[in-house]
Design a protein around this ligand. Sequence first.
Ligand SMILES: O=C(O)CCC(=O)C(=O)O
Length: 410
Amino acid sequence: MPSWASLLGRLAGWRPLWPVINEERIGLLCFEAAQAVSLLSAGQPLRAELFGPGGTPLATLDLSDSALRQHGLRVHRYQLQAGPHELRLQSGRLRWRVRWQAPTLSPGQALVGQACTRHGTPLLFSAPCDASHYPYEDESLRPWFDQPDAAQRVQRQLEQGLVDEATAAQWLHFIEHGYLEIEQAFDPALLEQVNTQVDQAAAAGHQGYVMGSSQRLEQLHRPEGPMRRLWLQPHARRIVEGLFGSGTARPAQTLAFLYGSQQDAHQDTIHLTPFPAGFMCGLWIALQDVQPGSGELVVYPGSHRTPRLRMHEQGCAKVVNQDWSEFGRRMVPVWGQWAAAREPVVYRPKKGSALIWHENLLHAGSARQFPELTRRSVVIHYYNDDTIAYSDSTGEPAMAATRQELGLAG
Ligand SMILES: O=C(O)CCC(=O)C(=O)O
């Protein structure tokens, strides 16, 4: 119980608002306000204000305590100029604030910020992130591999000796089919250690894992250990950065599988959503030689050119509290129809080989014809950090490795 004296102290001046302004979130600053909400009386008027360099007022937001509790305060940071900023939150005599220094943006981030300002993307908001916030129709912001002259660009780079033949062939394959393959690219000793970690997590029932099931083991990179080393290792990052062409590739989640996932056909972009579109990809690494009938990964070549499903366009409410039922009814059948009209390619790699898929490529886990066969694999998704990264399905900002975790400056 706080004392009367400390309560009066709280009422008098500005209290610090809890900031989460480190770089875990790509393109978004997130301010947790749980502490503020705990002091509010329900239904009280609540106002947030954002000020830029020289105290310039930038945005005002009237919001509810339930929005604040659920989403905190969010700022699209590529719309800010470099310099001192202040965010204030006020309700009657209760006042909180946070001050921070906005850094200089990279050229890519500045372009994204300008496009958002033109579009009317809210600078300050307390709501789910949503694809309608962003000017996806501006195709000039898309990566080079999604531009009409992508193949000619590769050809020119090849002629100028800027890229080797093998990489050029992979990129051309990616442009046309939406994925590329990398042969035996990962250190077998590290993969063995990852296998041991996956076995231990499965045996310990990590996240309720049931031995022999198709469940995935999520986020094994969080503790120190082999999966974290795989997640952070620069080799894969450089391959992805070469493909993106600029910016840093920031690994987001890890999903490990002991057995085939048997997942329905889907595009990842609705869960791991970048703005501009295209700047996210999945890296699927084989942790064993994959056997026929083990529930292999299948991809649908060319499907990266199909439309992207967006929650607001499909009239689907954001997923909350892990209730995926409406999503399952509205979205999954659409992907199913698209997949049924295409010819799948089964991916049956050797241990240490990997496949990179375009964020919009349809892919699935095939049926496990021989349920006793393992199909050890791990997926790491990467965002380019010149993007705004969020999940359109849940409305949450994305989590990714910080530049510091990657051993990078800034
Ligand atoms: O590995 C698989 O079977 C599918 C994985 C997948 O679909 C994903 O990570 O998005």
